[in-house]
Design a protein around this ligand. Structure first.
Ligand code: AMP
Ligand code: ZN
Length: 350
């Protein structure tokens, strides 16, 4: 009945979840072959749906890069008729073509459900007032959170980015319970609150902050929690995989559940491109499992992370990603060891 706590799918035993992934992966390959880009590439490589008999067969498929998206701008990856597309989002490249992602009604519905599910996992409830402090428009954080919080049933305030005084007034006037914002902005918001004489600790309404869209550390999370008297949850996403709603922390705050019914996760070594050993840090590679307008297979996110071991006490069976520890283009090798700048920063900070 509820559209947000998808208990059955979120707690699916691993064998069933993997069976679902395999059937969706095969559907996705079939769908991707309707796009000019994948049709030509797979024909050239002699690949067809027959290549995928098990989940591990994904390794037989070529990786897709951001550059591939740019090169096939604007419609090369579109797998449906243009008249069925209802939305596009785009990330602004500073050079060359931007990357564009298209959605049909099914895609927007499934993205909204993933977002509602994510917010619910972080403790947001339909009775809450949700203030979305982030840019609307081509950036996915605006509409992504808006649709998800509406689907969950929240009174959703499309506050937009910036203008801290107005943000504080909205919080006061409507009794905001949950906020989504990027971590770097929250420092500024805390300062303005102090100037305005608004003590967030004294409002009992403010309860949950969703922070994401950019790298931040555990220390930063704790600072945000202390400054606002809230619990802060990490939200990870990227426009190529819809935007937010890819991986989200539950109330246990122990890593980000990646929604494996919608995304297939691989962690590869950024140079050898082979899968890393279980639990090791590498580059996150993702395939969409439930997207029709623009399916993407083995997309290289460029983000470095690892899959956390063990299961989460919340009961969700979808595996958890560690915080993003950097970008694969930043990695360097010293005496055979992979070193990531964020690791050094972490040590120095301590
Ligand atoms: P965009 O596609 O423009 O929305 O940017 C997506 C990128 O933002 C990801 O590939 C990550 O590099 C970064 N990002 C998003 N969410 C997080 C997060 N929670 N922690 C660290 N980096 C993030
Ligand atoms: Zn959990």
């Amino acid at each position: 009945m509820t559209m947000y706590w998808e208990r059955e799918i979120e707690t699916l035993p691993r064998p069933e979840l993997e069976a679902l992934q395999l059937s969706r992966l095969r559907q996705t390959v079939q769908q991707a072959l309707r796009s000019p880009y994948y049709a030509a590439l797979y024909r050239q490589l002699g690949l067809s749906l027959n290549a995928i008999g098990s989940l591990s067969d994904i390794g037989k498929l070529p990786l897709t890069t951001k550059q591939d998206l740019r090169d096939s701008f604007p419609y090369g990856l579109l797998a449906i008729g243009k008249s069925d597309v209802i939305r596009l989002h785009s990330s602004s490249g500073t050079t060359g073509n931007p990357t564009v992602v298209f959605h049909n009604q099914h895609d927007i519905d499934s993205w909204s459900s993933l977002m509602a599910r994510s917010l619910y996992a972080a403790g947001v409830r339909p009775s809450d007032v949700f203030q979305n402090i982030c840019g609307y428009g081509l950036f996915t954080g605006g509409l992504g959170f808006q649709y998800g919080a509406e689907r969950l049933g929240c009174l959703t305030i499309p506050a937009g980015a910036g203008n801290s005084q107005r943000q504080i007034k909205l919080m006061r006037d409507f009794g905001t319970n949950a906020v989504h914002a990027i971590p770097s902005y929250l420092h500024r918001l805390a300062e303005v609150m102090a100037q305005e004489g608004f003590d967030p600790h004294k409002t009992t309404e403010l309860r949950i902050f969703i922070v994401g869209a950019e790298p931040h550390s555990e220390e930063q999370r704790q600072r945000i929690e202390a400054a606002f008297g809230v619990k802060a949850y990490n939200s990870y996403g990227l426009s190529e995989m819809n935007g937010p709603g890819v991986a989200f922390e539950c109330t246990r705050q122990n890593g980000l559940h990646v929604w494996e019914d919608a995304f297939l996760v691989e962690i590869i070594h950024p140079e050898t491109l082979e899968p890393v050993a279980e639990g090791e840090i590498g580059e996150l590679v993702m395939s969409t499992l439930d997207r029709q307008a623009m399916p993407l297979l083995r997309f290289r996110t460029g983000d470095l992370t690892r899959i956390l071991p063990g299961t989460c006490p919340c009961g969700r069976t979808h595996r958890r990603l560690d915080r993003i520890t950097g970008r694969s283009d930043d990695m360097f090798i010293v005496k055979g060891c992979n070193i990531f700048p964020m690791q050094i920063e972490g040590v120095l900070m301590k």
